[in-house]
Write a protein that binds this ligand. Structure first.
Ligand code: ATP
Length: 228
């Protein structure tokens, strides 16, 4: 379980963020806040820096300048809290092909919670993988592999989820199920930041737009507007 966070009006606060790659500015002077109970979509064309931004927020990319605060304090002073309280799912499913969905899910939730095999089995059934529970993942389709990774979200109690292309390869029913999961998470006070080329059927999204050398954020449900 995660520990209580320090009181602050935001989980993440980003100020004047700049990132250059291959001598190209991906974004500059980008400022926004991520507050509890909100959903934020990072938008932009291919190559505009969405994955890069998400990895920076997760602390997986150091190639940036600016300020990043976590719960009111400079992020670099509290990596333990950051790592405990942020869930990052990358655009690749991040599962092992030689392992079964059950074994992958056991590995994904291990270390945070002790969850029985029956509970994991129900979670796999919930994401439509019941019949494939014990097949090696290398024999599954792209969408089924993505479902294995997304089953992890059913056990995720981290206050901030960073999801890169979570809808990729999912069929219509699975997309709707993930949307419901995210909406529920936000209703419960969690925060979600995601990249997706799919237009989610979700209300009150803050948008961060990247691309064409421009970056801006808009419609912060918490009332704060920042721009690049
Ligand atoms: N490992 C890397 N080394 C160097 N440059 C990279 C690397 N990964 C990505 N880039 C460059 O960084 C830029 C932004 O890539 P990024 O993956 O963040 O874009 P994106 O908006 O997520 O794209 P997409 O919509 O295609 O997923 C691209 O120009 C890309 O060429």
């Amino acid at each position: 379980m995660t520990e209580p966070l320090q009181q602050a009006d935001h989980l993440l606060k980003v100020q004047s963020l700049e990132c250059e790659r291959d001598d190209r500015v991906l974004f500059r002077d980008l400022s926004f806040s991520i507050v509890p109970g909100t959903l934020t979509r990072v938008e932009g064309p291919n190559g505009s820096g969405k994955t890069t931004l998400l990895r920076i927020l997760a602390g997986l990319n150091d190639n940036w300048s600016g300020q990043i605060y976590w719960c009111g304090q400079p992020r670099h002073k509290q990596w333990d809290s950051v790592h405990r309280n942020i869930l990052y799912l990358g655009h690749r499913p991040g599962i092992k092909g030689v392992l079964t969905p059950m074994e992958n899910l056991q590995a994904l939730v291990a270390g945070r919670q002790s969850v029985s095999r029956d509970v994991l089995s129900r979670a796999l059934a919930q994401v439509g993988l019941g019949p494939w529970e014990n097949q090696p993942c290398e024999h599954l389709s792209a969408g089924q592999k993505r479902r294995v990774a997304l089953a992890r979200l059913l056990f995720a109690d981290e206050p901030l989820w960073l999801l890169d292309e979570a809808f990729t390869a999912l069929d219509v029913d699975a997309v709707a199920a993930v949307e419901q999961l995210l909406a529920g998470r936000v209703r419960d006070g969690g925060a979600v930041v995601m990249t997706t080329h799919h237009q989610p059927a979700l209300d009150n999204m803050q948008r961060i737009r990247l691309g064409h050398g421009m970056a801006e954020s808009s419609h912060n449900p918490a009332g704060e507007v920042a721009h690049g």
